[in-house]
Design a protein around this ligand. Sequence first.
Ligand SMILES: C[S@@+](CC[C@H](N)C(=O)[O-])C[C@H]1O[C@@H](n2cnc3c(N)ncnc32)[C@H](O)[C@@H]1O
Length: 259
Amino acid sequence: MTGEPEIGDVFGEMIRDAYAVATGIGPRPMAGGRLPRPVIEIIERDDGLVNGAPAGHYLDPPQRWQPHDHRAVDRVRGHVLDVGVGAGRIALELQERGVPVTGLDTSLGALRVSRHRGVRDLVHGTVDEHAADGRRYDTFLLLGNNLGLFEGRERAPAMLAALAALARPGARVIAHGTDPYGTTDPVHTAYHERNRRRGRFGGQLRLRLRYRLLGTEWFDYLVCSPGELAELVHGSPWRLADVDDTDHPYYLATLELRR
Ligand SMILES: C[S@@+](CC[C@H](N)C(=O)[O-])C[C@H]1O[C@@H](n2cnc3c(N)ncnc32)[C@H](O)[C@@H]1O
């Protein structure tokens, strides 16, 4: 025993249990064999910060969504790729509206739950892997803070290029981000400063997820300001066309494919 987690499908195991709690389908996690155990997403940051958040919101119906999620789905057009479909909450609503949608995810467990909940078209993998399939899309959704998948200055150009390879003419990316710089919490401001000293964006988080005995590898997840996003998009096949920050510090960024 080293105390180090076994690398595995953390998100998938967590979503399977959250789904069991919400629906009674599958074994419910129990505390002490009797009481229902809440399903918590555990996020470790590389400065030692540990945060936990209830995982149930990944299954939320539209009535419980944040306003920016509604505005995002109202903006889609044509065939949608839901990047990081998770438990399928967005894809299910698009299907309900008759919008053609494909859900993409790296987590087999998340795809299993999405399929069980009724998402019809699902693909396992990353955008780079999917670009080789020959399928093309009009709208890419990166919701649930999945603007984070741009990671930082190293990964963003390849991610933007892969999305462009999957795009039809006139395509757009609609991504949900959070501006991290309004905080005065010294734990966060010190972390941002430490990142900047290392040549990273202040909110370029280095994280791993934990669930019971499982963990992910450490990965970068980008929480950036709209100005930093503009820097990343500059010189890419995309143009930052709009930032809707009505729900500040949350925002929806719309990128349009250059002609
Ligand atoms: C924060 S959750 C958001 C889920 C969903 N979009 C929502 O709003 O409920 C992130 C999702 O992205 C998936 N994911 C993480 N890295 C990915 C990658 N490189 N490509 C595709 N999906 C990824 C995770 O497995 C997880 O399902």
